[in-house]
Design a protein around this ligand. Structure first.
Ligand code: HEM
Ligand SMILES: CC(C)=CCC/C(C)=C/CC/C(C)=C/COP(=O)(O)OP(=O)(O)O
Length: 302
């Protein structure tokens, strides 16, 4: 009896620790970031030369680097995270973890991550370092300054696409810049939907990522910007075909997804409310992995 109750205490303690670690590194976000690097790596590499070993190194190096960036972000924001409903249960915000433990993890994680990325080539490691530093030390403080933070945050947010291409090609190429640009513009409607939905929460903690008008969210501005970004994604979708990185069919499907994104943005602009924002947000979750997978499939079938 005693043994079984101490086992269940141990199990629930362990699952709480795992939950805390997942929240500390923003596991789902980090996993998607890494997926974008792995998929762009595969697009750049095409059919030849894919090794499971290289994919494992890119996945673990990318994950450790992204985890370090997110830990630093949560250290810097622990007092603000505790004021937001969405983030208040994070381990640093609730005091279940100390700042020094978190910093120690960020230190080991960044050294491990960048070292693994360096196994590909110096560009991959350098770009990993730039994304980590710009996310933690430029974007994070700018979140309290104004909506410009979103455009700045979209740079480290898009660098994983360039990192994947650099790992495959050894340098910064036209394909890398194209996939970076797609990931950059994708993030704008992605965040504008989230920002609209979470406006009150952001405001409570003093984050100023979302444009305001008369003390409320400026939904027209968000809608217009989402329209512009999604319109840019439509022609951009074709570009990898001209660079020889995918088939015409795949590129056209990606452009069609851009058109669909535009429709979600247009509906949001016409009717800025929870339901239209939610649809734009859920579509954004699917859009990026779909786009890179379609390019890859197109290249494999060429
Ligand atoms: C300017 C850049 C970005 C901003 C400001 C941003 C902001 C956010 C926020 C605040 C959430 C939490 C939504 C919630 O919990 O309700 C979120 C969710 C998410 N973001 Fe982004 N994001 C950005 C870029 C990215 C990038 C680069 C990726 C991946 C490639 C990404 C993938 C995701 C995913 C998969 C989720 C849902 C998973 C989760 O809620 O943990 N985001 N984003
Ligand atoms: C390879 C490497 C190191 C890449 C860095 C990639 C990275 C962490 C991208 C995330 C982009 C981003 C601005 C997310 C929102 O964070 P937020 O601080 O607004 O989210 P929060 O409100 O949930 O804290």
């Amino acid at each position: 009896m005693k043994a079984s109750s101490s086992t269940s205490v141990y199990t629930s303690e362990l699952s709480r620790k795992i939950g805390d670690l997942a929240a500390l590194v923003k596991f789902r976000l980090s996993a998607t970031v890494v997926l974008s690097s792995v998929l762009t790596y595969l697009v750049a590499l095409g059919a030849g030369g894919v090794s499971w070993w290289a994919i494992a190194v890119l996945t673990s190096g990318g994950f450790l680097t992204t985890a370090a960036a997110n830990i630093l972000n949560e250290v810097l924001e622990k007092d603000y995270d505790s004021q937001m409903e969405r983030t208040r249960r994070r381990p640093l915000a609730e005091g279940r973890m100390t700042t020094s433990d978190a910093l120690l993890m960020a230190g080991f994680s960044s050294i491990g991550g960048i070292s693994l990325l360096a196994l590909f080539n110096p560009w991959t490691a350098f770009l990993g370092m730039v994304s980590l530093i710009s996310y933690a030390f430029v974007y994070t403080p700018l979140k309290r300054v104004g909506p410009v933070a979103v455009l700045v945050g979209a740079i480290p947010g898009a660098l994983p696409a360039l990192i994947g291409c650099a790992a495959a090609e050894g340098s910064i190429t036209a394909l890398g810049i194209t996939l970076f640009t797609i990931q950059f513009f994708w993030q704008l409607p992605h965040f504008y939907a989230i920002g609209f939905l979470g406006f009150a929460d952001y405001r409570k903690a003093g984050f100023r990522l979302v444009p305001e008008i008369d003390g409320g969210v400026d939904a027209r501005q968000l809608g217009r910007d989402a329209i512009v970004a999604s319109l840019i994604l439509i022609p951009l979708g074709i570009l990898p075909y001209y660079l020889g990185a995918t088939s015409l069919g795949a590129a056209l499907v990606v452009s069609a997804l851009g058109l669909l994104f535009f429709r979600f943005a247009l509906r949001f602009l016409r009717q800025p409310e929870r339901s239209t924002a939610l649809r734009m947000m859920f579509f954004s979750f699917a859009y990026l992995p779909l786009v890179f997978t379609i390019y890859w499939a197109g290249k494999m079938l060429m």
